[in-house]
Design a protein around this ligand. Structure first.
Ligand SMILES: NC(=O)c1ccc[n+]([C@@H]2O[C@H](COP(=O)([O-])OP(=O)(O)OC[C@H]3O[C@@H](n4cnc5c(N)ncnc54)[C@H](OP(=O)(O)O)[C@@H]3O)[C@@H](O)[C@H]2O)c1
Length: 330
């Protein structure tokens, strides 16, 4: 195999406009390398942000889009121990994942158990650890405590709901449509409000004298401000996304009178800074939960690379209700 198909961009812009499907060269795996077949790779908001040139890490262009996915080892180069043909691994992000195949260094590839559901495994590397770390690393939550989050229909939002239930916490979820509210209730959310509802009343009704000490914000703007207004004294608002792109103008009074703590989280940094042992231990726990069916996110649809325009249009639809994935060779 001397080439493979890949979705590349030469300029930053809207993914549907700037991506092109091209044949790109593929070398045989050399010393310490493996040839990987891409089994499935999701379309995440950060992938679109990166193509648009609005992300902390930008790839040298022309670049292959996509950063997360599941690969199967097709061939190993000389000197590769511990991986063999047929093994599943996390795709490395640097070379781009929206492609048919890639050659990568075997060293440091995360092995993935083959008994996981394929699509769930392909989405296991970014959003589940994000939900996990935000729930465990910021506030020492006690049994029965409420966690507040917006964009609760997102993959992260659903993992937060599932992990909270497993750990005896409750979730107060904010969504942007009635349809989203129904989906989140069905997904196990304990309480749901729609953006613009009176959150003060709704949170007081459910959480009573235990207002949330942890809130997770991936929307920004007014939505984040609304979360900040209903939090406990000394509560922590963790911002990890900005789906509206709107800045957050925090009410001064929440900082002074309520000692609100504003924090940020970026899973990429956590994965870089944590020890290999901690990273492996976390993924092993997540893989166990995925295997048992305790952790999952819905898939809205899968597309071939050829249908990328349809895939990207779908990924941009409000209320899509699940992830869009590329399955290069169904
Ligand atoms: N910092 C990190 O390390 C990190 C890691 C993973 C993810 N993230 C961020 O977390 C967020 C969620 O990621 P994901 O992959 O879970 O998302 P996703 O499954 O693709 O879902 C996108 C979510 O954003 C909501 N949304 C989109 N535009 C919105 C708007 N203008 N106002 C309010 N809500 C809006 C959608 O609501 P509807 O269902 O109503 O369409 C949906 O809930 C993204 O911002 C992503 O970049 C950050």
């Amino acid at each position: 195999m001397e080439s493979t198909r890949a979705l590349r961009y030469y300029e930053h812009g809207v993914a549907g406009d700037v991506l092109v499907l091209e044949e790109v060269p593929l070398s045989r795996p050399a010393e310490g390398q493996v040839l990987l077949k891409v089994l499935a790779t999701p379309v995440n908001p950060s992938d679109l942000g990166q193509v648009a040139g609005k992300y902390a890490i930008l790839k040298p262009r022309p670049a292959v889009a996509g950063n997360e996915g599941l690969g199967e080892v097709m061939e190993t180069g000389p000197g590769v121990d511990g991986l063999k043909s047929g093994d599943w691994v996390r795709l490395p992000a640097a070379a781009g994942t929206w492609r048919g195949h890639l050659v990568a260094a075997a060293d440091g590839l995360l092995a993935v158990p083959r008994d996981l559901p394929l699509e769930q495994a392909a989405m296991a590397f970014v959003n589940p650890p994000t939900a996990w770390r935000m729930l465990f690393d910021f506030v020492d939550l006690e049994a029965g405590e409420w966690i507040l989050q917006n964009a609760a229909t997102s993959a992260v939002g659903r993992y937060v709901i599932q992990l909270a239930r497993l750990n005896g916490w409750k979730t107060f979820n904010v969504v942007r449509s009635e349809r989203g509210a129904t989906a989140v209730r069905e997904a196990g959310g304990d309480a749901v409000a729609v953006e613009g509802d009176d959150l003060t009343q709704a949170v007081a009704k459910h959480a009573g004298d235990r207002p949330p000490r942890l809130a997770l914000n991936s929307v920004g703007g007014e939505s984040a401000i609304a979360l900040s207004r209903v939090m406990a004294y000394g509560g922590t608002l963790v911002t990890f996304g900005g789906m509206t792109g709107n800045p957050i103008r925090f009410p001064t009074r929440q900082l002074i009178f309520n000692d609100l703590r504003l924090r940020g989280f970026w899973v990429t940094r956590w994965l870089e800074e944590a020890s290999a042992r901690d990273v492996r231990a976390m993924y092993e726990s997540l893989f166990d939960l995925i295997r048992r069916g305790d952790l999952s996110a819905p898939v809205a649809a899968t597309y071939s690379l050829e249908d990328y325009k349809k895939a990207l249009e779908h990924a941009n639809q409000p209320g899509r209700g699940g992830k869009v994935l590329f399955v290069p060779d169904p």
